[in-house]
Ligand binder design. Structure first.
Ligand code: NAD
Ligand code: TYD
Length: 349
């Protein structure tokens, strides 16, 4: 089986590529990635000698290139993760999100449709999506697979649109597909623009911790390896044309999470307890900020037997350790362009 994994040099993609390459030596894994600021081949340096793994540098929005690639390799399946993924960037550059997340997904769907042309046996298009497509919850309730889409940010609107196109290609052309919508991930190799790695990096550097609004926003956090395990299960056992919600059963208000992170970092860095909390700074809220995300993951639990294997305590500790041990990775990704981004995002606002 030839599997194309898009966005495999990114955060979640790299964990999915590693899991598949190590677990399935009989599959050929092709990792297609444009290597944007968020893509980093260092994330996969341990797979260099794997015979069942290859990397292809390319852009999913380049239709000619994608069509040629599919004709050349005739991928049996696609696991599609490539995306622009950061809400704050989608607020400053929404068109980039429409291009990559909507058009890029359509170009992949089209190429897949054209090479198999109705011969769908043992073929699958797996679209990896987010819980943010459902919009915001109030203080109660959970997102179910049947919850109406109600996206609020350009990022979530672009992901919602891409989900709709995957379904439309399934209904219209018969493409076999599965979609999963997952909650916030954390773990090793996450680019330090998202809450947890950004704050770990800032604590290391004694820089302020910019909490949006009053910090009373809630997210449901899942350790990235547990997401990769869920993707493996959905890929192999998920029902055709179905959606699966994936979540951590692990809701945290931002401010509580940041305080926990500060305490952990103080202990690990040998700083007096309370030192990192002093870095918390409340800043202007994100426009369109969703109050609360929380997933009902009972469908994937009942149908496929999935549940998280790592507790938040363990996962957070492993994540902090990874960043403390991988200072070269952290320094490499936080030099150059990152400094410009950080200045525009936080220091000019
Ligand atoms: P990421 O930003 O870390 O990685 C995205 C990867 O896609 C990068 O390697 C980048 O180089 C690549 N890419 C971007 N544009 C491309 C293009 N035009 N052509 C080819 N490659 C391109 O993202 P992530 O956090 O790993 O998220 C991966 C997927 O999972 C996304 O689809 C995202 O919407 C979804 N998701 C993320 C989370 C989360 O908490 N991070 C939660 C649920 C779902
Ligand atoms: P983020 O990691 O950007 O994920 P998402 O917006 O996709 O949920 O943000 C998680 C939460 O943390 C969200 O409520 C916004 C908040 N946040 C801050 O308060 N400050 C920050 O600097 C960032 C990046 C996020």
């Amino acid at each position: 089986m030839k599997i194309l994994i898009t966005g495999g040099a990114g955060f979640i993609g790299s964990h999915v590529v590693r899991l598949f390459a190590k677990k399935y030596s009989n599959y050929q894994i092709y990792n297609l990635d444009k290597l944007t600021y968020a893509g980093n081949l260092e994330n996969l340096s341990d797979l260099q000698s794997f015979k069942n793994y290859s990397f292809i540098k390319g852009d999913i929005t380049d239709e000619t290139f994608i069509n040629k690639l599919f004709l050349e390799h005739k991928f049996d399946s696609v696991i599609h993760l490539a995306a622009e993924s950061h809400v704050d960037r989608s607020i400053t550059d929404p068109l980039a999100f429409a291009k990559t997340n909507i058009l890029g997904t359509m170009i992949l769907l089209n190429a897949f449709k054209n090479i198999w042309n109705g011969q769908w046996e043992n073929k699958l298009f797996y679209h990896v999506s987010t819980d943010e497509v459902y919009g915001s919850l109030g203080t109660t309730g959970l997102f179910e697979e049947t919850t109406s889409y109600d996206p609020n940010s350009p990022y979530s609107a672009s992901k919602a649109s891409s989900d709709h196109f995957v379904r439309a290609y399934g209904e219209t052309y018969g493409i076999p597909y599965v979609i999963s919508n997952c909650s916030n991930n954390y773990g090793a190799n996450q680019f330090p623009e998202k809450l947890i790695p950004l704050f770990i990096n800032n604590i290391i550097q004694n820089k302020s911790l910019p909490v949006y609004g009053d910090g009373n926003y809630t997210r449901d956090w899942l350790y990235v390896i547990d997401h990769a395990i869920a993707i493996d299960l959905v890929f192999h056992k998920g029902k055709n044309h179905e959606t699966y919600n994936i979540g951590g059963f692990n809701e945290w208000k931002n401010l509580d999470l940041v305080k926990l992170l500060c305490q952990n970092m103080d202990t690990k860095l040998g700083r007096p307890l309370g030192a990192s909390e002093k870095l918390i700074t409340f800043i202007k809220d994100r426009p369109g900020h969703d109050l609360r995300y929380a997933i009902d993951a009972s469908k994937i639990n009942k149908e496929l037997g999935w549940k998280p294997t790592v507790t938040f305590e363990e996962g957070l500790s492993k994540t902090i350790n990874w960043y403390l041990e991988n200072t070269i990775w952290l320094n490499n990704v936080t030099s150059g362009e990152y400094l410009k981004y950080y200045k525009n995002m936080y220091l000019n606002s």
